[in-house]
Design a protein. Structure first.
Length: 187
């Protein structure tokens, strides 16, 4: 197995294009969080011609609603949520320069098409490993929609945050490739 690829947001077009479905990555730097309700608010801001709470260009959004931190921690458990709930919003954000999202589960064909169109990627974080993932988060600050509690938008400082490229900018799809490989071995 090859070594993980180290990436640091903001992600350039060249870095996004170099990632392939199945690549393991370690992210160090700043990423942002947003879930369903925060995405709805972001869309309302865009519809009204307003300014988003952070610049999307080159950034990664992690679909997570962390638990409150225990004393001495910067964040509580921070496992990924199901990405499909954000599929209605993702293409618009990719069109505005977002370079990737992190979550769990498959994405719609519309999102996959948008990834190809915008030279962006979809990364999976391991579901069920929320406490382990939280160890890679070194700082967390609410930057918008504090009233949403766990679903507020946060700026996270991460170090060696582990993820796997599921959908790359070239149409590669780890879920489809995995099924095809299984069917090939089974026949």
């Amino acid at each position: 197995m090859s070594e993980p690829i180290r990436i640091t947001p903001p992600i350039t077009d060249e870095v996004a294009a170099s990632l392939k479905a199945g690549d393991r990555v370690l992210i160090t730097g700043t990423i942002y969080t947003a879930r369903d309700t925060a995405h709805k608010r972001l869309m309302a801001v865009l519809d009204e011609g307003g300014e988003l709470p952070f610049d999307l260009k080159g950034q990664l959004i992690y679909y997570v609603g962390p638990t409150p931190p225990k004393p001495g921690q910067v964040i509580g458990s921070a496992g990924p949520t199901t990405s499909g709930r954000m599929d209605a919003f993702a293409p618009r954000l990719f069109d505005l320069g977002l370079k990737g999202t992190i979550g769990k589960g498959q994405r719609s064909e519309e999102v996959i098409d948008s990834l190809k169109k915008n030279n962006a990627v979809y990364l999976a974080a391991v579901g069920g490993a929320a406490a382990l993932i939280a160890r890679s988060i070194k700082g967390a600050e609410v930057i918008a929609y504090d009233d949403l509690g766990p679903e507020a938008i946060r700026r996270l400082e991460v170090e060696d945050f582990p993820a796997i490229v599921v959908n790359d900018a070239h149409g590669g799809d780890l879920f489809k490739a995995g099924v095809a490989q299984y069917k090939k071995k089974a026949s």
